[in-house]
Structure formats: C-alpha cells, structure tokens
Design a protein around this ligand. Structure first.
Ligand SMILES: C[S@@+](CC[C@H](N)C(=O)[O-])C[C@H]1O[C@@H](n2cnc3c(N)ncnc32)[C@H](O)[C@@H]1O
Length: 213
C-alpha cells in the first residue's frame, strides 16, 4: 500500500477543492474531462483521483474503476462520492509512484490535474507503464508549462508560493515532455486553456499515450 501523502495544509485544501474548481468545471473543464475519459475502457485506474471530479464521467466501457489517492483528506471526500456510480468501483489509498497492483493489470490509466502535483512524475509514469497491459492507454488532462515565454517565466518566478497555496502543485512543469520521456508512447496531444483558471495554471494539455505492446 502506498504511503499517506503529507499535505502542507491538506485538510483545508481538500475542503475547498470542489468550490475552487466550480467555475472552471462549469466553464468547460468538466466537458474536457468527459471527452478525455470517453476513450477509457476495461479495468481503469484514476491516479490522484482527489475528491472524485471524474466520478460519474467514465463511459460504460469501463468495467472496473480503481480510484487511487494518497491524501487522507481527499480520499475521505472521494469515498463519500462513489456510492452512486453504478459500476464496480473502489477507492485505494496509494501514490502514483508506488501502486499496490500487479503488473499489466489495467487497460486504462487516467491522470487529470495530477502530474503537476505528484512529487516524482517520471516515477509515476514508469509505475503506470508497469501496471498497464501492453497496448493499454494512458489518458490525461493536465495544466502545464506555458509555451509562451513571458508566462513561463512568471510560472517559474511564482512556482514556490503557488506550490504552497495549491498543496504541492508545480505550475511550471513541462508534463508533455515528461510523458514523451516515459516508457509510454504519446499518441495524441492538444493544447488549450483551463477555462476560468488563473493565468499561472491556464495552459492545458490533453491527450493520450499507449504502452507499446
Ligand atoms: C489538483 S488535485 C487533482 C484531483 C483530481 N484528479 C481532479 O482532476 O480534480 C491533485 C491530486 O494529486 C494527489 N497527489 C499528490 N501526490 C500524489 C502522488 N504521489 N500520487 C498520486 N496522487 C497524488 C493529491 O492528493 C490531489 O488529490
């Protein structure tokens, strides 16, 4: 079992999380999640599932859903949401870098707004590759480092205070490059914006990768 994540001000962040994301979700983020998750199928793991923003958006092709979340405050909220999902679902306390599952045991892995926060994203992607079956899919919706240099510089300057405020989130990570450097093969990426989000976390990348079989 993964370790319990020591959040900086975890209880408050978990309590405010859904409220903080209300405007972006209603402004289009929820639809982006739904579109990304439409490609999920079979046994699926949602890594860093948080308070369960993806719960209810998975398609019927998902036969079993595992929600992995290391933060005890987040997982408490997550567990309160999973009752009415209508599919085989469980919440597991685990970090993406250290998953308590057998190799090649998932068809799909999902990261939404998580690779910004995990302490070691390269290790998380390597662990994802371990638990995915060959040909398995990794789907992502992530806020990322800006392509525009001026904004990227601000992301670098404000990374530390933002990380404290946003419970470990690094606003300046080049997550697409990290996926490209991982054992997964990037198949599709689309750049856009997180609707109604502060500029530091507005640049968005969404897409999918596959574990070569
Ligand atoms: C910004 S929230 C995103 C939550 C959710 N995926 C969403 O789309 O709303 C980041 C999440 O990553 C989780 N997290 C932090 N470290 C992690 C790790 N090592 N492995 C997996 N998740 C982690 C946090 O506890 C938090 O729930």
């Amino acid at each position: 079992m993964g370790r319990i994540y020591d959040a900086t001000w975890g209880r408050g962040f978990a309590a405010l999380y859904d409220r903080g994301l209300k405007a972006p979700e209603e402004g289009g983020l929820r639809e982006m999640r739904r579109e990304a998750l439409a490609a999920a199928s079979g046994r699926t793991i949602d890594l860093g599932a948080g308070t369960g923003a993806n719960v209810g958006l998975f398609p019927p092709a998902v036969t079993e859903l595992v929600l992995a979340e290391p933060d005890r405050h987040m997982i408490k909220r997550l567990r309160s949401k999973i009752g009415a999902v209508g599919m085989d679902v469980e919440a597991v306390e685990a970090s993406a870098e250290d998953l308590p599952f057998e190799g090649s045991s998932f068809d799909t892995a999902v990261f939404t707004l998580v690779l910004c926060t995990v302490p070691d994203p390269a290790a998380a992607l390597a662990e994802t590759a371990r638990v995915l079956r060959p040909g398995g899919k990794m789907l992502f919706v992530e806020h990322v480092r800006a392509e525009e240099q001026g904004l990227a510089r601000w992301q670098d300057r404000l990374e530390k205070p933002w990380r404290f405020l946003a419970d470990g989130c690094h606003c300046n990570r080049d997550t697409v490059a990290t996926i490209e450097a991982s054992p997964l093969s990037l198949e599709q990426v689309e750049h856009g914006r997180v609707p109604k989000a502060p500029p530091l976390v507005r640049p968005l990348a969404r897409g999918g990768a596959v574990l070569p079989g």
